[in-house]
Design a protein around this ligand. Structure first.
Ligand code: ADP
Ligand code: MG
Length: 323
């Protein structure tokens, strides 16, 4: 009974009604229609309490972030989001919690015209799985594997802010505002779509720059040189008393959900136009090289020892690249 109430609640809150959804929530399956000439991109991500968000995170933030991390994967591929499903495992039925969760989830869904078309609901330790679908014009996907020696390495927005917030949270320092980068990352959908014409490879920064740029390097069988001082920091980070720590966070902390991409030099002007058009900084942080491995340098050319990489689940030892 409780499950049906929940589904009704979500159905009512769900304002996005897309023409390409032939049948949404309510039957054994949803049915949808693909536009001609497009590929379907599919991704799925799970958030578990205590692993992907600290206990005590608001239901609103959990609902937002569960969708945001999936939309971020679509963005990194150059996909336009369309439909999502939601598998919810809840410890108990709590109407207030569900309404807050739905508010966070659907606010973001509406922003990107994404329709919730189905899901599943079970009882157990809190866990949320979203599967997201999106369209890419046939042959236009941005994969991880296209980086070529000489390509520029760029990132959108700033890096490390979510990691800084997590540090503060773990240190018991109260957040000033409920809206923060850790819980409310912005999926870079518009940037991803525009990058179809510019980028040779792309990935969203979920596990930290070293780890995620590492995936681009592995997939393209190339290496890279990154200049530490070029990493884009938020205003809060630039004002911090410990600049070295801030750069370390920018390199290793996850949860920023910015896009790291590579592009041929000829696209510099297009990238500059894009950052103005989207009002989103795009920063050149280094270049792809032929020799494998990630080399991080200070501006004066002193190479940096990398002691810790991104956060890898089920791994005691954090990954160390570049050495
Ligand atoms: P079944 O047992 O056939 O899987 P359910 O009773 O689980 O059906 O679900 C009934 C309908 O509600 C289905 O259309 C399903 O996709 C949808 N649904 C169930 N849980 C959720 C959820 N958490 N979010 C969105 N839709 C859901
Ligand atoms: Mg079911």
């Amino acid at each position: 009974m409780a499950e049906f109430k929940l589904i009704d609640r979500f159905r009512q809150r769900n304002k996005v009604q897309r023409k390409d959804v032939l049948q949404g929530i309510g039957d054994d399956c949803a049915r949808v229609e693909m536009p001609q000439g497009y590929e379907l991109a599919i991704t799925s991500d799970t958030l578990c309490e205590g692993v992907h968000f600290p206990q005590g995170t608001s239901a609103h933030a959990i609902g937002y972030k569960a969708l945001a991390v999936n939309l971020s994967d679509l963005a990194a591929m150059g996909a336009q989001p369309s439909w999502v499903t939601l598998a919810l495992t809840l410890p108990q039925h709590n109407a207030r919690w569900l309404d807050d969760f739905a508010e966070g989830f659907f606010t973001l869904a509406e922003r990107h015209n994404v329709q919730l078309i189905g899901g599943d609901t079970t009882q157990g330790p809190l866990s949320i799985t979203v599967q997201a679908h999106g369209f890419i014009p046939a042959g236009k996907a941005i994969t991880r594997s296209g980086a070529k020696p000489g390509d520029y390495i760029c990132v959108t927005g700033t890096l490390g802010q979510a990691g800084l917030e997590l540090l503060k949270l773990n240190g018991g320092i109260q957040r000033k505002t409920p809206y923060n980068r850790l819980n409310y990352p912005e999926p870079r959908i518009e940037a991803g779509i525009a990058l179809r014409e510019i980028a040779s490879a792309a990935i969203d920064v979920s596990d930290g720059l070293i780890a995620d740029l590492g995936h681009i390097l592995d997939a393209g069988q190339v290496g890279a040189r990154v200049v530490l001082e070029e990493l884009p920091l938020s205003v809060t980070m630039m004002q911090d008393q410990d600049p070295a720590k801030m750069l370390e966070l920018a390199l290793t902390a996850g949860d920023d959900y910015e896009i790291c991409f590579t592009m041929a030099e000829e696209h510099i002007d297009a990238a500059n136009d894009l950052q103005k058009e989207l009002n989103l900084p795009i920063k050149h942080i280094g270049n792809i090289e032929e020799a494998p491995g990630l080399r991080i340098h200070r501006k004066e050319g002193v190479p940096l020892e990398i002691s810790s990489g991104g956060y890898e689940h089920f791994s005691e030892k954090k990954n160390a690249r570049g050495k």
